[in-house]
Design a protein. Structure first.
Length: 346
C-alpha cells in the first residue's frame, strides 16, 4: 500500500511522452513570456519551486499545490527590465476547498501581463519632400510615398502603441491521498502587437508526491497538447510542451531558530531551441534551477539560487497575514531584474 501513490504517477508520465513528439511542429520561443516565472519568493530561489508550491503562485508553478492551502491568499508581483521599457506583472488568487476532508482541494486564478508600452510608430512622421528636404523643388523622390534619406522627420506626427502579451490561468488541485496530489491549469492567451492580435488556449497537468513530511517531488507538464495561438493575420503559432521536474527537502534547525528548505528543478523543453538551453540532446533542451531558503521564526527569510547559469537572491518578511518578498535575478547577457511581490492571507 505504501507504494501505490508512486505507481499512480506513471499514467501522467506516460501521457507526457505520448504528447511531446507533436512538439516538433511548434515554433521556437512562441509564448516565451509564459516562462518568466511568478512570485518573488520562487524566483529568489532560482525558480526551484515545483515541488514546494505552497502559496498562491501555485497556479503558475504547480496547481497540485493548491490542495494544501489552509487560507485564501492574494499575491501580486511587478518587475521592470531594460530601463523600465518592459513591464512584467503577475497576480493570483487562491483558496482552499473541502478543508479538513480526506481529499482536500483548492482552486486558483492567475493573470500574467508582459507589456512594452508607448512604442513610437514613425511610418507617417516623415515629410515626403525628397532628399533635399524642401517641398516643391521637384527633386527625385518628392511625393513618391516612400522615405528617402534626407527627408525631414516630424516628431509631432509620431503615434504610440503597445505590445501586450497576457495569459489568464484557472487552476484546480486535489489530494488523492496524503502522499499524492494532482492538479491542472487551463490557460487562455491574448497578444496584441500594434494593430494585430492573437488568441490561444492551452493546458497544464501537475502532480506532487510526498515521500516523507520533509521530502517531496513535483512534476508539471506544461502545454501538454501543444498550445495553439491564432493571429488575426491568419498566422498560427504553437507553444511546445515542457516538463518541469523538482525535488525539495525541508529541515528545521533549532540552533538557528529557523527552517531551511532546499530545492532543485530540471526544466525540459521540446521546441528544438538547443542553443538557448543549458544542456541539450536530440532536439530536447534543458535547464537546471536550484535554490535555498532560510526562514527565521517564520518571519524573516533569506534566499539564494541559480536559474540555469544566472544568480538569484532574495528576502522576505511576514507580519501577521501580510507578506512582502524581493528577488534579484541576474543575467549574463541582458540586464539584471528586480522583482517585488506582496501577499495577504485571509
Amino acid at each position: 500500500m505504501a507504494h501505490r501513490p508512486a505507481i499512480r504517477l506513471w499514467p501522467l508520465l506516460g501521457a507526457a511522452f505520448l504528447l511531446f513528439p507533436a512538439s516538433g511542429r511548434a515554433e521556437k520561443y512562441a509564448g516565451e513570456f509564459l516562462r518568466l516565472g511568478a512570485g518573488a519568493r520562487p524566483l529568489g530561489m532560482g525558480g526551484a519551486f515545483v515541488a514546494l508550491a505552497d502559496d498562491a503562485s501555485a497556479v503558475y508553478w504547480n496547481p497540485a499545490g493548491l490542495a494544501g492551502l489552509s487560507d485564501r491568499e492574494v499575491l501580486l508581483m511587478h518587475s521592470e527590465q531594460f530601463g523600465s521599457l518592459v513591464n512584467y506583472d503577475f497576480g493570483s488568487f487562491a483558496m482552499p476547498l473541502n478543508g479538513g476532508s480526506a481529499h482536500p482541494s483548492g482552486i486558483g486564478l492567475g493573470l500574467i501581463r508582459l507589456g512594452v508600452d508607448d512604442i513610437p510608430i514613425t511610418e507617417d512622421a516623415y515629410l515626403d519632400f525628397g532628399p533635399d528636404g524642401q517641398d516643391g523643388t521637384g527633386d527625385p523622390g518628392e511625393h513618391n510615398g516612400l522615405y528617402d534619406l534626407g527627408e525631414p522627420i516630424e516628431p509631432a506626427n509620431f503615434r504610440y502603441d503597445s505590445d501586450v502579451e497576457m495569459a489568464f490561468l484557472a487552476s484546480y488541485g486535489r489530494a488523492l491521498s496524503e502522499k499524492l496530489w494532482l492538479g491542472g491549469t487551463l490557460k487562455l492567451l491574448r497578444q496584441e502587437l500594434l494593430t494585430n492580435s492573437s488568441f490561444g488556449i492551452g493546458a497544464d497537468l501537475a502532480a506532487m508526491y510526498f515521500a516523507r513530511p520533509d521530502l517531496s517531488f513535483g512534476l508539471r507538464l506544461a502545454d501538454i497538447t501543444t498550445t495553439q495561438i491564432s493571429w488575426d493575420t491568419g498566422t498560427r503559432e504553437s507553444v511546445s510542451p515542457t516538463a518541469l521536474f523538482g525535488v525539495q527537502f525541508t529541515r528545521p534547525f533549532p540552533a538557528l531558530r529557523g527552517v531551511v528548505t532546499a530545492g532543485v528543478d530540471v526544466d525540459l523543453a521540446f521546441d528544438g531551441a538547443e542553443s538557448a538551453s543549458q544542456f541539450s540532446s536530440g532536439g530536447v533542451g534543458g535547464e537546471v534551477g536550484a535554490g535555498i531558503e532560510y526562514w527565521f521564526q517564520r518571519t524573516v527569510a533569506l534566499r539564494a539560487g541559480m536559474d540555469a547559469e544566472n544568480l538569484t537572491a532574495g528576502a522576505g518578511l511576514r507580519i501577521s497575514r501580510f507578506g512582502v518578498d524581493y528577488a534579484f535575478v541576474g543575467h549574463d547577457e541582458l540586464d539584471d531584474s528586480h522583482r517585488i511581490s506582496g501577499s495577504v492571507t485571509f
